[in-house]
Design a protein around this ligand. Structure first.
Ligand code: ADP
Length: 302
């Protein structure tokens, strides 16, 4: 069941076409990623979904509502994470939550929310005294305080250290597991790969692919390679004839077999049938980075 439907969305800033015909649907209960390099049009897209910007073309439905025409209805179902700079430095964490809770008819108990987010001890802390990770968690709490059906999280872990980043990821999974649909904007490959059920890859204002992370990798990387050193004589033809195998190379004593599907199983079965042992066996998989490069012709990772 789609809870968000975006069809042919276009948004221009003057002569810049920031979003150039973007379409995707988000299913209820999934973590849907919007992945792409800086300037790809990700934030503009989700700001249109949130009703913060008006599109120049296309249609958007959020739980059946148009975010511009039915702004109040969309605000009831969609919680957006704030950019850090939008909170005053001296506001206390509890005050900020209280203020945001007052916007909603039936808000969550924000004290419980802070406990779950590991911020229970910081209710009276001034926002400016919090660490980067704690500020991010406050912004997640603010996105969730209205008990939304959808949470939009934009560049959630930018600037966080690796531990805080991993903690934030588990938190996002908890949010999804509690039944909230999550739209996650990111330019981190690892984050997309780890968290998203499905994702749209966006480049230069266009969607270049929509799939699961594994599906993107499988369809868009050069496939897998299996490397090993046979401990006795091996005829490469035995491997070349396998449907999974696309190439066999020899580097001295080492074999490098490229292919798709269950390549490892296919190769090791042949070796076993011929009583050949594989020493130094390694499998190399493509990743989302390879897939992105294949889709857009450029590397995402800086
Ligand atoms: P992303 O979130 O993928 O980094 P954005 O949606 O922020 O991309 O930006 C897409 C394009 O639109 C970029 O070229 C950016 O410079 C431009 N842009 C974004 N916001 C504005 C704005 N308020 N005014 C003019 N141009 C903008």
């Amino acid at each position: 069941m789609a809870i968000i439907e975006v069809t042919d969305l276009v948004k221009r800033y003057g002569r810049t076409v920031a979003v150039d015909g973007v379409s995707f649907t988000v299913d209820e209960g999934e973590i849907f990623g919007v992945l792409g390099p800086n300037g790809a049009g990700k934030t503009t897209t989700v700001e249109c979904v949130e009703g913060l910007r008006s599109p120049d073309g296309g249609t958007i439905r959020v739980a059946g509502f148009d975010p511009r025409a039915d702004r109040a209805r969309v605000r009831e179902v969609l919680g957006a994470q704030l950019q850090q700079s939008e909170l005053p430095d001296r506001i206390r964490v509890g005050e900020a939550l209280d203020l945001y809770a007052s916007f909603y008819p039936d808000p969550a108990d924000w004290r419980d929310l802070l406990d779950v987010l590991g911020l229970g001890k910081h209710v009276r802390a001034e926002y400016r005294t919090l660490s980067g990770g704690q500020k991010q968690r406050v912004s997640i709490a603010l996105a969730l305080v209205g008990k939304p059906r959808i949470a939009v999280l934009d560049e959630l872990t930018t600037g966080l250290d690796p531990q805080a980043r991993r903690d934030t990821w588990s938190l996002v999974e908890q949010v999804r597991d509690s039944g909230v649909t999550v739209v996650l904007v990111t330019h981190f490959m690892e984050e997309a790969e780890r968290l998203c059920d499905r994702l749209a890859v966006i480049d230069a204002g266009r969607v270049v692919a929509i799939d699961t992370p594994a599906g993107l990798v499988e369809k868009n990387s050069a496939g897998q390679r299996v490397r090993f050193r046979p401990t006795s004589e091996l005829d490469p033809e035995l491997l070349r004839v396998l449907p999974e195998v696309t190439g066999v190379e020899r580097h001295g004593p080492q074999f490098v077999v490229s292919g798709t599907g269950n390549l490892l199983h296919a190769v090791t079965s042949v070796l076993a049938r011929n009583q050949i042992t594989a020493a130094e066996l390694r499998v190399e998989q493509g990743d989302l980075d390879d897939a992105f490069l294949h889709l857009t012709g450029k590397a995402l990772s800086e």
